[in-house]
Design a binder for this molecule. Structure first.
Ligand code: ACO
Length: 418
């Protein structure tokens, strides 16, 4: 294939280089387009725009493939822990046994949050949304670690940040949960692994291996998803050389929305609404298909996956297993199963390639684990943090790194007189 593309703009023809990715993705490089022609490109929602070159995650939405650093997500879920995958994302390789032990020990040392952060969390109304508290606590950490706010961080500072952020967010998330329950905070238990410790700080009990494993897999499944809304936000904020605490806090805010991470909460709220309405999910499917009605089936559809979401496939297996192990009987689960089966055989959803995404099932598992609905997106943030950090680090270290500053096509009034 030709290594350049020709673009005809009126009388002019210009040549634009073609960039090819290692998985054969192709892009037309328009970096010089404006300089050479005065034209910019317009791409609503940036669905056709490659905003960076990346070595972290590969997705083939048509084939339903997700890989981190070349490893298939299905294999990582089966053979690796959340900490191993986190390390893979951030450092570029799976840790050796010794490296993993070191990381675990470093995280244990960093799993106590400053008193000021505890006070900040407690200052929020008990019914405040956990995402707002988590984002505030995250940016407030910047005040407690001033030596990590330099504009240009050294390799050593970046190394220090990794276990620190993993340890702090785990404890913040558990404390935010306890605050919502009106309960005292529980200190981290150094005998437990990452996910088990998180559940311990939430509930005060050591979780069973099956429960800890299910949550660990959920965290892996959320660990990174290339240039999604929150990862892009982290990159954009970080590109101004704002510190990592501010960048991750902004990522948490982007994740909060119901079209992104907030979808797991929205799924449960939708199932609840269907139950309160009498349980007839067919009516809600009709609403979702009605173009006059803004209602959408939450947990269905994906910007990138147009065949199936490989994460949903993995988690569906764990979902059935965990529900059986926990002996959960819940009418919402029956509604979810009915909704899934009916929507999958409906022409509207088939034609638009709308399948259940990972959040359709994750909410069901969180509910079975007894986690309140408004905490679901915080669980997502805990899983996504290593991905955000990997994207942030890669962005800062990229050759020719520049502040992100898109352009626009002005459509407003001109020449108004005062
Ligand atoms: N229910 C009903 N119809 C839908 C849904 C849905 N959940 N999702 C998309 N559609 C329809 C649209 O109305 C549109 O129909 P049209 O072609 O007749 O106009 C078509 O499918 C394409 O939809 P777009 O909005 O163009 O798809 P886009 O890629 O922009 O949006 C998104 C993807 C935001 C995920 C969308 O499918 C959605 O809103 N889903 C529900 C929210 C959700 O589950 N979000 C979680 C995403 S996964 C994650 O963040 C981990």
């Amino acid at each position: 294939m030709s290594k350049s593309a020709k673009l005809i703009l009126g009388e002019n023809e210009i040549e634009l280089p073609i960039i090819e990715g290692t998985e054969s993705e192709k892009a037309v490089d328009i970096s010089k387009l404006r300089g050479q022609t005065g034209f910019i490109t317009f791409d609503n929602g940036l669905g056709n725009t490659g905003a960076c070159l990346s070595n972290i995650t590969f997705i083939d939405g048509e084939k339903g493939i997700l890989k981190h650093r070349g490893y298939l997500i299905e294999n990582l879920c089966e053979k690796s822990s959340f900490l191993e995958v986190s390390s893979l994302l951030y450092t570029g390789k799976l840790p050796s046994k010794t490296e993993l032990e070191n990381l675990k020990n470093q995280i244990k040392e960093k799993s106590t949050i400053p008193e000021g952060i505890k006070k900040l969390i407690k200052s929020f109304p008990q019914d405040a949304h956990p995402m707002g508290i988590t984002s505030s606590a995250m940016v407030a950490l910047s005040g407690h670690y001033p030596h990590l706010l330099d504009q240009d961080l050294s390799d050593q500072q970046k190394e220090e940040l990794f276990p620190l952020m993993l340890g702090q967010l785990k404890t913040i998330a558990a404390a935010v949960y306890r605050h919502g329950q009106g309960k005292d905070f529980i200190e981290s238990n150094p005998e437990l692994d990452y996910t088990a410790d998180f559940l311990y700080m939430m509930n005060g009990d050591k979780p069973s291996d099956a429960v800890a494993k299910a949550l660990d897999v959920l965290l892996i499944l959320h660990a990174d998803h290339e240039q999604n809304c929150s990862a892009s936000t982290v990159r954009v904020v970080g590109s101004s050389k704002a510190n990592l605490f501010a960048s991750i806090s902004a990522g948490i805010d982007a994740l909060w929305g119901p079209l992104h991470g907030g979808a797991n909460q929205a799924v449960l709220e939708m199932l609840d609404a269907i139950q309160k309405d009498g349980g007839g999910y067919e009516k809600f499917i009709s609403k979702a298909k009605d173009k006059e009605d803004p209602f959408r089936l939450m947990g269905f559809g994906h910007r990138v996956y147009k065949n199936f979401d490989p994460r949903a496939k993995v988690i569906k297996g764990y979902c059935d297993e965990i529900l059986e192990k926990l002996n959960v009987e819940d009418p919402l689960l029956d509604i979810a199963k009915g909704l899934e089966t009916t929507a999958l055989s409906d022409e509207y959803f088939a034609k638009r390639k709308l399948f259940p995404n990972v959040d359709f099932y994750s909410g069901i598992i969180y509910k079975a684990l007894g986690i309140p609905t408004n905490m679901f997106t915080v669980m997502f943030a805990l899983g996504r943090q290593p991905g955000w950090m990997a994207q942030w680090k890669e962005m800062l270290e990229a050759e020719g790194m520049r502040i992100t500053r898109p352009r626009q096509i002005y459509q407003g009034k001109t020449d108004e007189k005062l």
